[in-house]
Design a protein around this ligand. Structure first.
Ligand SMILES: NC(=O)c1ccc[n+]([C@@H]2O[C@H](COP(=O)([O-])OP(=O)(O)OC[C@H]3O[C@@H](n4cnc5c(N)ncnc54)[C@H](OP(=O)(O)O)[C@@H]3O)[C@@H](O)[C@H]2O)c1
Length: 268
């Protein structure tokens, strides 16, 4: 299958859809002329489409008929109305949903059987082709449609499949946690600035340190504890920093943050 010829549609073109679209364009996955999008506010949509050279469509039906694979990128509470209204045009097309909390069963309750959909949670680093797409293992894409989904979007993200029960938790780890990392970067920079470094210098070294550390762990296959131990010289300075982090509950802060997100998700 030649994925570069795929026509990709977006129903809804807000923050997350634009991030996915930008990733596809930056990584040359498909040509701008092969991307179609619709939203409610036509002026805003036209401006976003013109900037990227992609096609602005009048409605979801138009996007569906022009596209080989369709990203459902409206807010979770808007999904039901949008897919029901465009059901005839969506039938038979692979639907790649990014709406948080709208899983396989929910789609079946909206559309009934006979539609081809997969529910996922992507994260914003897709915009630079370094994302994660947490996908529900239960889906109704045909093998060819799944190949198309993975062939196109696998070029801008690592796709990981989870059981329906773990989809929401996977979404927390992949979709919410980039904001934790942003806060970490900002706070690290605050510490460096406090000790005399310029903000600009801090924002050069901290993100690279994080990206390199993560890459080293993934490529070496080493346990994070082992990598940490290798930096902590006995009686040295790094272990003093680690000890200070423990004093203020750094690890527990992160565990607690995940607990609170899941508590909130379960109450919705
Ligand atoms: N942001 C993230 O980091 C993130 C991460 C993972 C998953 N998600 C999921 O991605 C989805 C979109 O989130 P977002 O942050 O991109 O939201 P957003 O910026 O508010 O975008 C929503 C888009 O849907 C459009 N829309 C609303 N009703 C529509 C309709 N009837 N027909 C066509 N388009 C319609 C909106 O158009 P107008 O602006 O013209 O109203 C807008 O373009 C959500 O379901 C969210 O759960 C987001």
């Amino acid at each position: 299958m030649d994925f570069s010829k795929a026509k990709v549609g977006f129903i809804g073109f807000g923050s997350m859809a634009s991030a996915i679209c930008d990733g596809l364009l930056i990584k040359d996955v498909v040509a701008p002329s092969a991307i179609y999008a619709c939203a409610r506010n036509m002026d805003k949509l036209r401006a976003a489409c013109e900037k990227r050279g992609i096609n602005a469509c009048a409605n979801a039906g138009e996007v569906a008929s022009a596209s080989d694979i369709i990203v459902i990128a409206v807010l979770p509470q808007q999904v039901e109305g949008v897919v029901k209204a465009a059901a005839d045009a969506l039938k038979g097309k692979p639907l790649f949903s990014i709406a948080a909390g709208i899983d396989y069963e929910r789609y079946v309750s909206y559309l009934g059987e006979g539609f081809n959909h997969i529910s996922t949670v992507p994260n914003t680093p897709v915009a630079v082709g370094e994302g994660i797409i947490v996908a529900e293992a239960t889906h109704s894409l045909t093998p060819e449609q799944l190949e198309l989904f993975e062939g196109v979007f696998g070029q801008i993200a690592k796709i990981e499949y989870f059981s329906s029960e773990l989809l929401s938790l996977g979404g927390t780890g992949a979709g919410c946690a980039p904001a934790f990392v942003d806060v970490f970067i900002e706070a690290m920079a605050d510490g460096l600035v406090k000790n005399g470094m310029s903000r600009a210098q801090a924002y050069k070294i901290v993100p690279q340190m994080i990206s390199g550390t993560a890459k080293y762990m993934m490529e070496s296959g080493k346990h994070p504890g082992e990598l940490k131990d290798a930096i902590c010289t006995p009686g040295g300075t790094t272990i003093v920093g680690i000890s200070a982090l423990e004093e203020t509950g750094f690890r527990y802060s992160l565990i607690h943050a995940i607990d609170k997100i899941m508590e909130k998700k379960h109450s919705m």
